[in-house]
Ligand binder design. Sequence first.
Ligand code: ADP
Ligand code: ZN
Length: 751
Amino acid sequence: MPKTVQVAVSNATFHFDKLYTYAVLPDQQAVRRGSMVLVPFGRGSKPRMGVVLAVDAEPESARLKYLFDLAPESANLTDELLALVQFLRNRTFCTWYEAVKAVIPYGAQYKPALAADGVTPVLQKQLVRHTENSYSLAGELPAKPHPTAKQLLAVTLLRGGARTQHQLEELGVSKAVLDNLCSKGVLACEKVNKVIDLYSHIPQNAEPIALTDAQQAAYNALAPHLQSGKPHAALLYGVTGSGKTLVFLKLIERCLALGRKALVLVPEISLTPQMILRLKSTFGKRVAVQHSALNHTERLLQWQMIQDGGADIVVGTRSAVFAPLENIGLIIIDEEQEHTYRSESAPRYAAHDVAKKRAADNGALLLLASATPSIESYEAAVNGRYQLVELTQRYGGNPLPSVELVDMRAELASGNPRDISLRLEDAIRRNLEQKKQTILLLNRRGYQTVAMCADCGEVLKCAKCSVPMVYHKAKKQLLCHYCGSTLAPVPTKCSCGGKLNYTGFGTQKAEEELAELFPTARILRMDQDSTSGKDAHEKLLARFARHEYDILLGTQMVAKGLDFPDVTLVGVLGIDSLLFAQGFRAFETVFSLITQVVGRGGRAESPGHAIIQTVDPGNPVLNLAAQQDYKAFFGQEIAFRKLGLYPPFCSLCVAGFTGTNEQQVAQAANRFAALLGQQAALQPKMPLRVLGPAPAGILMVNERYRYKLTIKCRNDNAFRTLLGSVLALYEQEKLPAKAAVTIDMNSDGDL
Ligand code: ADP
Ligand code: ZN
């Protein structure tokens, strides 16, 4: 009999984070590990959500508070999800409940409420309106009085199993008939969760998948691991357009045939519609979706469908890695190099690590896939820690696009004032004449991105962040892309009185330039500003796919994964700033982005061509990207990582400090560094290099100053224990200058 339980309580700060013990009432004996509970917390015994992480038979103290309420068993976290909570807490230094929240969105189905008496705190189901009546046979239909035709119909229909009221009504049985049969005890009625099929409009395509020889070979190398029951990790390195998705579909088909389930992760929301379309049309109904653009209700319903065992395939972005699927046979991480797989808020986890754990727990195949794998993943494959499977040719023998670099300094010198080079202008014109489509990448939104004083040279920055304000012409205002602050009317003078010059080239300005150059072209701009509405991505891309537009211009959201046969020209307008970014992955990001966007072209019969505009045409990274020579790039980059001691040759742990007073933040960072030094001195054998503390790349965001301490380490138990003890000591000191500290084990090193 459970007497006490240990609960992870919501909204605990790391400082106070521990499990809290509560007493269990006699009518709460169903409580177990994984139960969702409502507990009294703090002085005022305010109700808070919690999850039970341990159960004890012995009372601990006589003065324990009792649980307020307990959600039904169906809401419990499975053992696997509980293990993930523990894993996140150990690996990412988050609080218990931060880990819980990552694993169950919105506390899953329950929320705090008051009972009918208006005073007793209870748990309430969040989706009460989303249940419906389900009918099943409960007894014989009496021979007298003579049953009506409708009654007979209802009974006949239900011989095959329970049906919902809605289904029965569609088949001609009214609610009145059903009520009547229930009152006679012939039928039983229960409330069940409504299943909404978010993508019911997608027709199923019965055509079997026919793989090419190369794809078949890749499949053959991977498929045995779906069945072995042993965890296995593989990297599918396939050039753009090689048909990686077809290999996924075949593997999923095999996985389902073996009675197991599949989890498919894509790097961003804009890529989910295409993947959903392919999965739905191949596999039909039992596909569930998890990503943050679903509304609250949709997300919970989809989650519930997965938890109830109603989904065989789950597709989604990073957080979908926690989907409550059981018996997973296959986990796919598509475009695995994308930074979006690393969470930048607590818990700061990488989807790869969670996926690896789930693959281990389920004996599943973990398949990472990309045309430009992360250096870490490719290194693991080269050295045999992952199986390496390659697709070296595009489907149908189509060549990879040819790529040229255009020197923008020469362009300016020759008198072209535009941000679109003559070469690119010419190519777009020819493409328009041939009724082909063009994709242009410009990774900066807004109109003009910098306002600089002609006299003092000051750049106009956000008042709350140390970044330049960006001019958005449509809204006639300056916008901070970090905190969202706005400034209007748009200033023309610097604080020194000098004239402000607006320069820099964002997507809105590019759109304007394009419209001037090609007045009849239909131009679609896609960036964060143009895709904020619900399903905006999906709708806009669908229209581009139908060739309602000639030119698609956008930020990195147009670079990846899209597959449109009419696209034959790709232009890259502003990539140079990324080359000078700080983090150790900067070159990898540029190489990948260019290869990805170039790979959007020439995917069907007509060959593709790409033009990259740069002020540094001799740059080796750009040149390797232009040649789409991943292996040469890898060779160069891995040497650089080794020399500079970066991952995969170490782990990079960044401790970040933020607060409103810069001096105090710096002090706190220094104190933390000193404590780390003390603790590390006790472990002389531990490999450790500490850099900093130093101000973060962007010193201030949203009125908070930021400092960082970079720790190159081996991310093992010994290191995590050491870091845990440093955190504990730091918290104990109760420094007056205390600044919030965060630990990120997956950072690029550039805060
Ligand atoms: P990747 O993800 O490797 O860039 P895709 O899976 O998107 O490539 O495939 C590129 C294009 O080639 C898609 O339009 C896809 O439908 C087509 N394709 C690839 N393999 C096959 C195949 N075996 N049969 C028919 N079409 C294929
Ligand atoms: Zn700001």
